[in-house]
Write a protein that binds this ligand. Structure first.
Ligand code: AMP
Length: 392
C-alpha cells in the first residue's frame, strides 16, 4: 500500500482528504475522536514542511438549511487547539478566496476547506464525482493523500476525482494504512478463523455471509438476525425480529453449509421490547407466540465459547443482543471480554459492535476496532472499494 511516506511532499502543496465527520450539537463538537485520529498524518506532513490543505465532508447537504449546521468551522477551531497551531478556515469549496489563500501559503501552513458536500447543493457534484470538480480540487495541490476510511466505499470527487487527476502523486494516510493492514490479515487468517455475526437485519449482512462463509471455519450467529435463520429451520420464533424477505436466503445457506453456521440454542425472552420487564431464559425451540428473544442465552454463550477457545482469528460484526438495554448487553460484553482475556486476534467490524466495545471499555484491548461502518462491511463483502482503486 502506497503511503504518504512513499511520496516526496517536502515543500509541496499536499491535499489531505480527512474524515472530520464528527457529531456536532449546537455548534459544539460532541466527540473529537476522528479529529484526533487525523493528527498523525497531518503532523507528518507538517514535519516535512508541506503546505497542508485539508478536505472533508460533514453530514449530508441536501438543501440550503443544511449548510449552516454542517459547516466545518468548529472543526477548524478544535484542530487548531489540538495542533497548537493556526488553522486557516476557508468558508467555501472553490473560487478566488480559496485560490488566493493557497497561493499565499508558506511551508508548514494549514488550510481547512469548507465541507466538500457543500458542492452537493449544485447537482450533487461531490457525491456524484463530478469530473470538473475533481479536476479543480486536484489543480489546487501537488500531492493527494486519502486518510478518510469511512468514505472509501464511495466514489466521490474528493476521494476518487482528485486522485484520478493526480496519478502517481497520490497515496494513503496512516489511518487508512492501519485499517488495511488489520483487515487484510483476513485474506489469509491464522486458523481456526471464526466469524461472529449479530445485529438486526439479515439483509445488511447477506454479502458478508456469502463472502465469509467460504473462508471461515465457522460463523456464529446471534442477535436479531439469528431468528430469521431459526425461522428458516422451521422453529417458532414468536415475536422475535424477523426479516421475512430473507428466509429463503437463510434456508439456502443452512442447506449448503450445515456444519458451518452455528445458531443460538437458548435465548433471553420477554413479552415486550423494553428494558423494564424481567427476562426468562428459554430453550430455542420453546418460544410461545407472544415472546421475543432479545439476547442469546447462557447455553449459547458456552456453545460459542467452545468454538472460540481454539480460535486464532475472529472477525465480529453486530451485537448478539439488544445492547442498548443493560439486560441484553451482558453476553455481548462477556464474549468481548472472553476474546480479550484469551488473547485471540479479534477484529471488530465497525458500527454497533465497536460502540459496544467502547461502552465496555474493551475497544483498545482488541487487535483492531475498525472505524468504518459501510466501508468495513463492503470490505468484508469482498467488494472493490473505489477510494482504494483510484490510488492503486
Ligand atoms: P446492526 O446495525 O445490523 O449491527 O444492528 C444492531 C442493532 O441490532 C442494535 O441496535 C441491537 O439493538 C439490534 N439487535 C441485536 N439483537 C437483537 C435482538 N435479539 N432483537 C432485536 N434487535 C436486536
Amino acid at each position: 500500500m502506497k503511503t504518504i511516506k512513499d511520496l516526496n511532499i517536502e515543500n509541496k502543496k499536499v491535499l489531505i482528504r480527512c474524515d472530520f465527520n464528527v457529531p456536532i450539537k449546537e455548534g459544539k463538537i460532541v466527540d473529537d475522536t476522528r479529529i484526533v485520529g487525523a493528527l498523525e498524518t497531518i503532523n507528518y506532513a507538517l514535519e516535512k514542511n508541506a503546505k497542508v490543505i485539508l478536505l472533508s465532508h460533514l453530514g449530508r447537504v441536501k438543501e440550503k438549511a443544511d449548510l449552516e449546521k454542517n459547516t466545518l468551522a468548529p472543526v477548524a477551531i478544535r484542530l487548531s487547539e489540538l495542533l497548537n497551531k493556526k488553522v486557516k478556515f476557508i468558508k467555501t469549496t472553490r473560487g478566488e478566496e480559496l485560490e488566493v489563500a493557497i497561493n499565499n501559503m508558506n511551508n508548514g501552513d494549514i488550510i481547512l476547506v469548507e465541507n466538500t458536500r457543500y458542492e452537493d447543493l449544485d447537482g450533487k457534484k461531490e457525491s456524484s464525482n463530478d469530473e470538473e470538480l475533481g479536476a479543480y480540487w486536484a489543480s489546487l495541490g501537488d500531492v493527494y493523500i486519502n486518510d478518510a476510511f469511512g468514505t472509501i466505499h464511495r466514489a466521490h470527487a474528493s476521494n476518487v476525482g482528485i486522485p484520478n487527476n493526480l496519478r502517481g502523486n497520490s497515496a494513503f494516510g496512516f489511518l487508512i494504512e492501519k485499517e488495511f493492514n488489520a483487515l487484510s490479515t483476513l485474506e489469509s487468517p491464522d486458523r481456526p478463523f471464526i466469524v461472529i455475526l449479530g445485529g438486526a437485519k439479515v439483509s445488511d449482512k447477506i454479502g458478508v455471509i456469502e463472502n465469509l462463509v467460504t473462508k471461515a471455519d465457522n460463523i456464529l450467529i446471534g442477535g436479531g438476525m439469528a431468528f430469521t435463520f431459526l425461522k428458516a429451520k422451521g422453529l417458532n420464533i414468536g415475536k422475535s425480529l424477523l426479516d421475512e424477505d430473507n428466509i429463503e436466503f437463510c434456508k439456502s445457506i443452512l442447506e449448503k453449509y450445515p456444519d458451518k453456521i452455528i445458531l443460538p440454542i437458548d435465548t433471553a425472552i420477554t413479552n415486550e421490547y423494553t428494558n423494564d420487564e424481567e427476562y426468562r431464559i428459554k430453550e430455542i425451540n420453546q418460544l410461545d407466540n407472544n415472546e421475543m428473544g432479545l439476547d442469546i442465552g447462557p447455553k449459547t454463550v458456552e456453545l460459542f465459547e467452545s468454538y472460540l477457545i481454539n480460535a486464532k482469528t475472529v472477525i465480529w460484526n453486530g451485537p448478539l443482543g439488544v445492547y442498548e438495554f443493560d439486560k441484553y448487553k451482558i453476553n455481548t460484553d462477556h464474549l468481548l471480554e472472553y476474546l480479550v482475556s484469551h488473547n485471540i486476534k479479534t477484529i471488530l467490524g465497525g458500527g454497533d459492535i465497536v460502540a459496544a466495545s467502547t461502552k465496555a471499555g474493551l475497544k483498545d484491548k482488541v487487535y483492531h476496532a475498525s472505524t468504518g461502518g459501510g466501508a468495513t462491511l463492503e470490505y468484508l463483502e469482498g467488494k472493490k472499494l473505489p477510494g482504494i482503486e483510484a490510488i492503486k
